[in-house]
Design a protein. Sequence first.
Length: 325
Amino acid sequence: MKRIALSIIALVLGIGTSLAVEENTVVVTYNGTSATVEVASNISKYITDSSNGSSHVKLVQSASFNGNTVGEITYVLSGTSDDGEFYLEGSYKCTVELNDLTLTNPTGPAINLQNGKRVEVSAKNGTVNTLTDGANEDYNGCFHCKGHTKLKGKGTLNIVGNSKHGLYSKEYVEVKNLTLNITAAVKDGIHCKEYFLMESGTVNITGATDDAIQVELNGDTSTGKTSEHEDEDSGNFYQEDGTLTISGYEGKAIKADGSINFNGGKQNFDTTDITENAIAGIESIAGQTTVVNGYYDLNGRRYTAPVRGINLIKTGTKTVKQIHK
């Protein structure tokens, strides 16, 4: 009787409430021009679905939901549509899980996250997910996020940007583990604010009509690098590990309002083709002093000062790469 009662309530509210869906989860399955949206019963009162079965899925997370009671919501996206989108409004951190999703929106972003909080975007292990957009000057990317964007998972995310940037985030972007392929962008391949951090994984960018990666300040002044990047707005680029491959762009390989830091990983592109006014090297943590113990070239020869080109700089127990012009 309880299951029947919940189903009747779901029909009245116009929400696909499901007891089979794991708590705190919304499952969206695309199939051509239609999509099913199933909402876990414990969060159904917080989710409004105005898509009416259309493949242009539009969900609004209630402002009354703050996650303090039940925790954050996970949105699981799968299936295929060549005329669809995923639009989400919210005011609390969430996770968007991509599970073999192929989504094309001819009139705008394939994924449009109007959420100013932290959003984790996870490509599920072993899956291949492809996003393609169409012309729409009202938005900045095929993948468009208003908040902090953390890309993770051990799957693959392909992005084809036919309007503006391939991936756009109004705040920072962090990449960990996943394979990210941006194969076309009318403007920048990746465009973000605050900072860009590649912890690990594989990022391939090609076909950007402007810069492959551009990082801007979100405000008027820089915080500089902060501990664990907490509340950082530096305009800095960081690569700690992983493989970054850039080709076929028309602007700069990397353009940043702050510094450009290669602290590890592999760079498959001309690392001197970066913003001329950026300080490419070590960025001190705010309030701390970085002590340089030695400068070396790639052959291990030591110098008393940095030389033109790529330097290896030892600071304590850490060695990083620095480009000196």
